[in-house]
Design a protein around this ligand. Structure first.
Ligand SMILES: Nc1ncnc2c1ncn2[C@@H]1O[C@H](COP(=O)(O)OP(=O)(O)OP(=O)(O)O)[C@@H](O)[C@H]1O
Length: 234
């Protein structure tokens, strides 16, 4: 097996000393693969992402990004934005922070605006955007950076079916380019369709991991949909 782009071994992590919320979470994200992080509410998925991103006060873990450029994009579940910057200015700011070439920035941003059907609102402030439009803005910033690894927290909730399709199309392009994706989601039928492997969490631990067939074997449910395995294992 080739060297993963992201290697995570969390011994324990949490929000307060002596009160770990997750324990013994190991996961790898491979180039060109999409890993789904799934589990019921409160299972520890977001905590795992925060531990990976270095956003938690209490973490005992080894996290290594081994991609060529060490670049990753985090797309949060709840959009974070500046009230006084337009959509275009958000893209421009991200490009500047990552030292992107001006012409490449313009070309890629215009393409992304078109793909996400947001060209007409590119000079608008996100305060006036709908939930889905804000979510699209976050996704566009992620895609603009063309990172080795995408860490995406629940991307589907605010997106309408067409935007979901646009997003999945772009994700597929990125996967073909060799990017790896770690994605948290509750939308199990989509996860089942698009993910190469899964980490199923329950009660702060990994309840099962591997390909859908491996998850089915762990659940003792050959041929079953992911939803049924989820039910049995959590
Ligand atoms: N900021 C916080 N401070 C203290 N405890 C927290 C905090 N955020 C989450 N927790 C706790 O950590 C545990 C795991 O929560 P986490 O948010 O990781 O779950 P999740 O799997 O992402 O759930 P969901 O599907 O509902 O988003 C829960 O017991 C939760 O109460």
């Amino acid at each position: 097996m080739t060297e993963p782009l992201l290697r995570v071994e969390i011994e324990e992590a949490g929000y307060e000393a002596g009160k770990p919320k997750i324990e013994h979470v190991t996961l790898h994200v491979q180039s060109g693969k999409l890993t789904g992080l799934i589990g019921p509410n409160g299972a520890g998925k977001s905590t795992t992402l925060k531990a990976i991103l270095g956003l938690l006060p209490e973490v005992k873990a080894n996290v290594s990004f081994t991609g060529s450029s060490d670049k990753y994009a985090y797309v949060p579940e709840h959009p974070v934005f500046y009230d006084t910057l337009t959509l275009w200015e958000h893209l421009s700011l991200a490009a500047a922070v990552y030292g992107m070439d001006e012409r490449e920035f313009e070309r890629e941003s215009l393409l992304l605006l078109e793909k996400f059907r947001m060209t007409e609102v590119r000079n608008h402030l996100p305060g006036g955007f709908s939930k889905g439009m804000r979510q699209k803005m976050m996704l566009m910033i992620g895609f603009l950076l063309k990172p080795d690894v995408y860490i995406v927290d629940e991307p589907f909730i605010g997106l309408d079916p067409r935007a979901t399709k646009d997003f999945l199309g772009l994700l597929e392009e990125e996967r073909l380019r060799g990017a790896g994706v770690l994605m948290c989601t509750h939308v199990l039928d989509t996860a089942e369709r698009i993910c190469d492997d899964f980490i199923l969490m329950a009660d702060g631990k990994v309840a099962a991991s591997g390909t859908l067939d491996e998850i089915r074997r762990t659940a003792g449910l050959p041929g079953a949909p992911l939803f049924d395995c989820f039910d049995v294992l959590t």
